[in-house]
Structure formats: C-alpha cells, structure tokens
Design a protein around this ligand. Structure first.
Ligand code: NAD
Length: 356
C-alpha cells in the first residue's frame, strides 16, 4: 500500500519521539512492502513562533489531504502566557474540530513487564488490565451552553450537558465496532438514574445494540464504573461513554496501567482518517536529553496502522517488538527499576526496530 501520513512533530520532546516512531514505520514499510510518505504539518508552539498561528491553514490542509495524522505533543512554558488564540493547545482543539473527530479511543493496558508501575495491588493487576475507553469528544457539557450570571446577589454558573440521538448513535457504533474486533464486550457508562441526557443515552445505545448481535452490551452508572476500574479492571473490554465522564474515566484508566509514557490514543470521525497521539504532554523538562520514553508514540503509530489502514499484522508486529523489548529488561528512566538495563529514547527506538 502507498499511504500519506501527516506528521505533527510538536514541541518539547515531540520531535525526538516522533523521529523514533517514523523510523519504526519505515522499518515496517520495508518488511511488509508498503510506502509511507510523510507530510510535515507544523502545529503548536513551534507554529506560533514561525507562522504566528498554532494551526496554520497549510498544516490543517496537509492533515485533511493525508490518509491519517500522527501527532506527538504540543505546548511548553514558553507559550503559557500567550493570548488564548496563540496557545499551542488551541491548535490541537481546532485540528480535532477541523478533522471532525468525535470519538476518542484510549487503551488501558498493563504490560506484564511493567506491573510494578501500576498503583494497584499485585493481586488485582495480575488478573490483567486490557480495555479501551471510547469517549465522545465533541458533545456534552464541554460543548453545551455556558453562562455565569448574578442572581439574588450571588453568581450562578451553568453548563448544559446535552446529547442528540444521532450524536449518541454514532459514538455507540464506534463502541460496538471496537468491541467487535476485541473480546466482544461493551459496557456503556451513564448516570441514567439522575440525568435525562443519560436516559436518552441508554435508550439509544440499547437500540443500536440490535445491529451488533455478537457483542454483549452491559450498562453501568459512572460512579460505579470509577470504582470498578480500580477494584476489578479485568472485567472490562470496551467502555463507551459521554465526553465529561470519558475525560475522567480515561485518565483513571491510564493511571492504573502504569507509566504515562507508554500509552497511545486515537481520535476518530467518519471515514478512515484519524488522529493518533500518545496521551502524555510535551514533557519540556526532558526535551533534548534523550530520556523521553518513545513507546507511547510508537504504539500510537501501531494504532494508526490498525485503525486507519487496516494493517492488523503490521500493528501487532510493532506491539510484539515493544513487549519483547520490555521482556528483555530494557527501560527508559520513567519505568526504570532495579536490575533493568537503562536505554535512552534513541536506543529504545533502535531496539524496537531491530526486533521487527
Ligand atoms: P506531561 O505529560 O508533558 O509531563 C508530565 C510528567 O510526565 C513529566 O514529569 C514528564 O517528564 C513525564 N513524561 C511525559 N511524557 C513522558 C515520556 N514520553 N517519557 C518520560 N516521561 C514523560 O504533562 P505536563 O508537564 O502537565 O505538560 C507539559 C506541556 O505539555 C504543557 O505545555 C501542556 O500544556 C502540554 N500538554 C500537551 C498535551 C498534548 O499535546 N496532547 C497533553 C498534555 C499536556
């Protein structure tokens, strides 16, 4: 296959970890006979410095023209006090909206070799953590009406959490499709005992379930789900939930699986193009030191191959190489423990390439 990937190198450690991900993609292309072309799309603080805009029009167009988008991370102290429109994260929010990405998929997976990094007790972690949170990304309270007014001598603020049937149906389908490719269990999370938007959510998800007879659907209240993720995470395969609940649960889920440096994510809309990025930020404290962990970035590239290009075996090859590297005891500083062999960002990328 010939594919074009828009590449957002970003700020801080971004360019270093992206270099490793692209080298891994090149190795996969060589092994499987594909050609990947990379279209540079400067976004974030570096784009503010060079073009005065965190999302220059040319970068958005490069992303829209590409088959998929790979992004490292943006931001840093240099731009912390910039006006709102010139802040790096504005570029990212505008990019997600510009690409029409309404579903965010975040895997929570504990690599057996990194189980010391999980804050959970060994008897819970050892049962295995391997699930995905599918979060609705462009609806709900974050996008509803916001207002602050003075009422009876004090301020009163409100944020409207609203969902229409079609918004629920399309994210439910992403949940069912994701579960269909895995262990075929979908848990829909809501607060239907209190919220009208959740009652509609539950009704629509139950309706969509008829299209996926092979997937077993369950429902859970969000407060219970927050407990279950730390009590018995092995029960979950795929969780689908609305924006605000998903924001909180996906952070909780990534925490139980250990280091922030190893977790990829994807944002999807209609069609095959998606935005793939590690969940961490630009770690300005590590920039230029060759200490950043490139695994989250490299696994984001694997996710891109699987979800955007349907390259299941290529993605699995990368994931197995990462597992082998960890099994052999190589560690970057963030996951280091006694008896393991230290490696830098470049060394980690080189070892993973060697194993592909
Ligand atoms: P961060 O994720 O960058 O860093 C948090 C901690 O984790 C730091 O100690 C850092 O050294 C460590 N860390 C992160 N990634 C690592 C990796 N790959 N390997 C080893 N250690 C790693 O979060 P922060 O410090 O809150 O934010 C730094 C900057 O990143 C800010 O400007 C913030 O706005 C931005 N940010 C960007 C994104 C994004 O681009 N999606 C997400 C979060 C934060």
């Amino acid at each position: 296959m010939n594919k074009t990937i828009a590449v957002v190198r970003g700020d801080g450690i971004g360019p270093e970890i992206m270099a490793q991900a692209l080298a891994v993609l090149d190795r996969v292309a060589e092994k499987f006979g594909h050609t990947f072309a990379y279209a540079e799309a400067p976004i974030g603080g570096n784009a503010v410095d060079r073009f005065g805009d965190p999302l220059p029009q040319a970068s958005l167009e490069a992303c829209l023209a590409a088959d998929s988008v790979l992004l490292s991370a943006v931001g840093g102290p240099k731009w912390d006090h910039a006006p709102k429109e010139k802040r790096p994260e504005r570029g990212l929010l505008r990019l997600r909206a510009g690409l029409g990405l309404y579903a965010n998929l975040r895997p929570a997976r504990l690599f057996g070799e990194l189980r010391d990094a999980s804050p959970l007790k060994p008897e819970i972690a050892d049962r295995g953590i391997n699930f995905i949170v599918v979060r609705e990304l462009i609806g709900g309270a974050y996008f509803g009406e916001h207002s602050t007014e003075k009422l009876d001598g004090e301020y009163y603020a409100k944020d409207v959490m609203g969902y229409s049937e079609h918004e629920i149906a399309r994210i439910a389908r992403v949940g069912f499709e994701t579960a269909a490719k895995r262990r075929k269990k979908l848990c829909s999370v809501d607060k239907a005992n209190v919220l009208d938007s959740s009652k509609l959510w539950r009704k629509v998800v139950t309706e969509i379930a008829k299209e996926y007879p092979d997937v077993t659907l369950s429902h859970m209240y969000v407060d219970n789900c927050a407990m279950q993720i730390v009590r018995d995470p092995a029960q979950f395969d795929v969780i689908v939930t609305e924006n605000l609940f998903g924001d909180i649960l996906s952070d909780e889920a990534s925490m139980v699986s250990g280091s922030i440096g190893v977790i990829p994510s994807s944002s999807l809309g209609d069609g095959a193009r998606g935005l793939y990025e590690p969940i961490h930020g630009s770690a300005p404290d590590l920039a230029g030191t060759d200490q950043a962990n490139p695994i989250g970035m490299i696994l984001s590239a694997a996710m891109l191959l699987r979800f955007s290009f349907g390259m299941t075996e290529e993605a699995a090859t990368i994931e197995r190489a990462v597992e082998a590297l960890l099994a052999e005891g190589f560690r970057t500083a963030d996951t280091m423990s006694a008896g393991k062999t230290p490696l830098g960002c470049r060394g980690t990328g080189a070892e993973i390439r060697k194993k592909i």
